[in-house]
Design a protein around this ligand. Structure first.
Ligand SMILES: *Cc1c(COP(=O)(O)O)cnc(C)c1O
Ligand code: SF4
Length: 330
């Protein structure tokens, strides 16, 4: 199907070629022109062509488009209960971009860069520059990880850790491997979904050499995001023995429908990816129009349980500041 012959451009080139304005994005899709919303200044449009190619032209309701196109509703800044730090991350920042909220695992904000800008992102307001994780080769975070002997897992997050170049990932992995109590490293990344050629043999070889067990948690919200290019790169990871889980966010107008969620989960398990979490939206300023009622979410999960094998049904969770884990919604 589709692009079989030509090999893709490098992932760095893909980043450079990404669409960076809502006006251009609308034009390229044959949609009516609209002036860019104010919110686009603070959180610009960023859509790689690899992702763009999966969006249907001339359809303002396309579920992939809705995830990435800035719209006027984002400018409604004062919505009750929505804020710039909805999950209380700032209170859990320990050192140099390291978040230690949960027992046994800590999360490192490795970079502010992503391979796509998701309009509902809970870190769209995150002060990446102030937390200073990128500087000093993560020295403060590494020092913290070494001293916190209860930890056996480190989560590399961001932003997206796979926007770091291989040399940087290699150095970071080496530092982590030298910390004796760590056993696992987990990549929280949307890159395999948006710029799948980021998954290279070279990257996989580095991860396989590690004494740390590697897990991947990717992020797709709709089956249409999982095209052949994406599925073949996910298969490379899984064939290399790296487990891949998926987390999705429940989004109004994107996937708040039993049929759509069932086809996402089915496509994932058909290709050996485990549905992990379905997240209730984090209430970040500018994303209120994406929110789905928890009652609706519960009904959707009940419907999935009727239709799918147990392992194909994600756990429906919400992130609550101050809790010792994600909170399960039942
Ligand atoms: C979500 C999250 C984790 C990972 O939680 P799991 O339930 O283990 O997937 C870890 N640390 C922070 C700060 C998180 O937000
Ligand atoms: S890839 Fe993840 S961190 Fe980056 S904008 Fe999307 S949801 Fe946010």
């Amino acid at each position: 199907m589709g692009s079989t012959a030509s090999s893709p451009v490098s992932w760095q080139t893909a980043m450079k070629r990404a669409i960076r304005s809502s006006v251009t994005l609308r034009q390229m899709l044959g949609l009516d022109a609209e002036t860019a919303p104010g919110a686009e200044r603070d959180f610009p449009t960023f859509v790689p062509l690899e992702y763009f190619s999966r969006i249907r032209p001339r359809d303002p309701d396309d579920p992939l488009l809705k995830q990435v196109l800035p719209i006027a509703a984002e400018d409604k800044v004062q919505t009750d209960g929505f804020s710039s730090d909805p999950v209380g991350d700032m209170g859990s920042l320990v050192a140099g971009g390291l978040l230690h909220k949960y027992h046994g695992r800590a999360l490192v904000v490795t970079t502010g860069a992503c391979g796509v800008h998701c309009r509902y992102c809970f870190r769209r307001q995150f002060p990446y520059h102030d937390v200073g994780s990128q500087s000093d080769d993560y020295r403060p975070a590494i020092d913290y990880l070494r001293s916190a002997t209860e930890l056996d897992e480190v989560i590399l997050s961001g932003g997206d850790p796979l926007t770091l170049v291989d040399q940087k990932i290699d150095r970071l992995m080496s530092e982590l491997e030298a910390i004796p109590h760590l056993r696992r490293v987990r990549f929280h990344t949307r890159m395999p979904i948006v710029i799948p050629q980021r998954i290279t043999d070279q990257l996989i070889d580095r991860l396989r050499q590690s004494r740390l067990t590697t897990w991947f948690v990717v992020h797709a919200n709709h089956a249409a995001e999982l095209d052949d290019a994406v599925l073949s790169r996910l298969a490379m990871l899984i064939d290399a023995g790296i487990p891949v889980l998926n987390q999705a966010v429940l989004l109004r107008g994107v996937n708040d429908d039993a049929e759509i969620l069932a086809s996402l989960c089915t496509r994932l398990v058909n290709h050996r990816v485990m549905p992990y979490y379905l997240h209730q939206l984090d209430r970040v300023t500018g994303a209120a129009h994406f929110e789905v009622d928890e009652a609706v979410g519960r009904a959707l999960i009940a419907e999935l349980q009727k239709r799918l094998p147990g392992y194909a049904v994600p756990t429906y969770v919400v992130e609550q500041a101050g809790e010792a884990s994600k909170t399960r919604i039942r």
